[in-house]
Design a binder for this molecule. Structure first.
Ligand code: NAD
Ligand code: IPM
Ligand code: MN
Length: 347
């Protein structure tokens, strides 16, 4: 039996609640299939308050040896500014481990009705995860308050743009053969025009994939009005971030959207986490929806080569929602939803 070594970073707020739920499900699905060992790291805003940093100096090196990283959520803006906590933990992991493909599926689970009542959609959002608007380049120019200027530089490299689009084309090929590339090339004349050019170059190579070019503004309307027309969606770091909270919303809420930060060449571990954040407003109340976190476990299992276990987790989630468990906010507790998924797994 294979044994996987997993690094756990529960993080802050409901990150802790949903990681706990996700690990219970992992324990249940592992039975008779594989073994795993977890090492939990307390890196969080609380850790920051004690140590003055979000993770130890050698944190990245510590994580490098694991088969996968599972993360709950990071951020507690009441005590640590988000720009400090996220740039001290989550974002450096994505970058250091070249987890350039952020895969975020959006579809309705059986029994769940989104607030917009959108139906029949199955979108795979592929978000560029290491550069673009999140490059961290820029600065504040201090020339007295009246003349202050803040610059945030987006960095789009050919290697970075090409590899994420190629990843998207490959996914489209294995799905319904359609790729939507999202930009704002009517207003952003360098990075997004460049992105469009690379998309066209690759489209000439992937003649079996049909390509739509959409601007982000039209795209958000499309996701609301006709999400069923979309298949694979490829977007830059920031646009992908925004689109996937919208994707979560049409799925029924933030508690339903899973996320895999993949290093496709497997030169370093990949990381799995729900799309949502630490939700301070509901933290510690046992009401967070753990479905997104559990779905992320399914993504992790798939990445580890445990396709059958991954499918079992997804069907167990869907068996629970089909039974009406967790389909609306406030209907069930975190524990009840987790128990229903485990019961379906063990049935
Ligand atoms: P959020 O996703 O934490 O919460 C947005 C809203 O969705 C809140 O009303 C929350 O209660 C609700 N929600 C989120 N997850 C839910 C779940 N599983 N079940 C039920 N309701 C859920 O976004 P935010 O409020 O903008 O951010 C809070 C903190 O989390 C900030 O520090 C932010 O930077 C951080 N954040 C971290 C991550 C991450 O670690 N991957 C992602 C997003 C936000
Ligand atoms: C996400 C989050 C992060 C992001 C934040 C917390 C930096 O919103 O994973 O979607 O923007 O990538
Ligand atoms: Mn986000």
């Amino acid at each position: 039996m294979k044994t996987y070594n997993l690094a756990l970073i529960p993080g802050d707020g409901i990150g802790v609640d949903v990681t706990d739920a996700a690990m219970k499900v992992l324990g249940a699905v592992a039975k008779g299939r594989f073994a795993f060992e977890t090492t939990s790291f307390p890196w969080s805003c609380e850790y920051y308050l004690k140590h003055g940093r979000m993770m130890p100096e050698d944190g990245i090196e510590t994580l490098r040896g694991f088969d996968a990283i599972y993360l709950g959520a990071v951020g507690w803006p009441a005590t640590v500014p988000d720009s400090v906590s996220l740039h001290g933990l989550l974002l450096p992991i994505r970058k250091a481990f070249n987890q350039y493909a952020n895969i975020r599926p959006h579809r309705l689970l059986a029994g769940v009705e989104g607030p917009l009542k959108a139906e029949g959609f199955d979108i795979l959002c592929i978000r560029e995860n290491t550069e673009g608007e999140y490059s961290g380049a820029g600065g504040r120019v201090h020339e007295g308050k009246d003349n202050e200027v803040a610059v945030e530089t987006s960095v789009f490299t050919r290697a970075g743009v090409e590899r994420i689009l190629r990843f998207g084309f490959e996914q489209a090929r294995s799905r319904r053969g359609h790729l939507t590339s999202v930009t704002k090339s009517n207003a952003q004349k360098y990075s997004m025009v460049f992105w469009d050019e690379v998309t066209r170059e690759l489209a000439a190579e992937y003649t079996d994939v049909t390509v739509s070019h959409m601007h982000i503004d039209a795209m958000v309307a499309k996701m609301v009005m006709a999400p069923q027309d979309l298949d694979v969606v490829v977007a830059s770091n920031l646009f992908g971030d925004i689109l996937t909270d919208l994707g979560a919303a049409i799925q029924g809420g933030l508690g339903f959207a899973a996320s895999a930060n993949i290093n496709p060449d497997r030169s370093a571990p990949s990381m799995f986490e729900p799309v949502h954040g630490s939700a301070p407003d509901i933290a510690g109340k046992n009401i967070a929806n753990p479905v997104a976190a559990i779905w992320s476990v399914a993504q992790m299992l798939d990445h580890l080569g445990e396709a059958e276990a991954s499918a079992a987790v997804l069907s167990a989630i869907e068996a629970a929602t089909a039974n009406g468990i967790g389909i609306r906010p406030g209907l069930n507790t975190t524990d009840e939803i987790t128990a229903a998924v485990i019961a379906a797994l063990e049935a």
